[in-house]
Design a protein around this ligand. Structure first.
Ligand SMILES: [Zn+2]
Length: 124
């Protein structure tokens, strides 16, 4: 599993997270939040500790919220209340570079050996 979407504010991340999960747990304590509580906390956090330019928030597929301060390591702030054992990655993976198949022009992930659309062998 990888995390690829960035959010500039915790509120944006929280708005995404509440569409995936309905209850949250603060990572370093047993405090629990419902969707409304999470959005409230996020709003206060953004007002008091806005993320700087190099930092961003991420949301896991299950709804956990992490903070990425240097664009690499993820510090998970809010875990989902339901799936405590969600396998959360420790690092952020940027979007893979996209190249184009010389035969059919489809976008292919950098490093791929064959085009996923036409099957042509690639030497990218
Ligand atoms: Zn192709």
């Amino acid at each position: 599993m990888s995390i690829r979407q960035q959010f500039n504010t915790m509120l944006n991340a929280a708005e995404c997270a509440v569409t995936r999960c309905g209850s949250f747990r603060f990572a370093t304590s047993d405090e629990k939040y419902d969707a409304k509580g999470l959005l409230g906390i996020a709003e206060v956090s953004d007002a008091e500790n806005p993320a700087d330019e190099d930092s961003f928030y991420v949301v896991s597929p299950g709804g956990a919220i992490g903070f990425c301060e240097d664009g690499e390591d993820i510090d998970w702030l809010f875990l989902t209340g339901t799936s405590e054992d969600e396998d959360l990655p420790a690092t952020y993976q940027a979007d893979p570079q996209i190249n184009f198949c010389p035969k059919c022009g489809s976008g292919v992930v950098s490093g791929a050996r064959f085009c996923g659309a036409c099957g042509a062998k690639l030497n990218l």
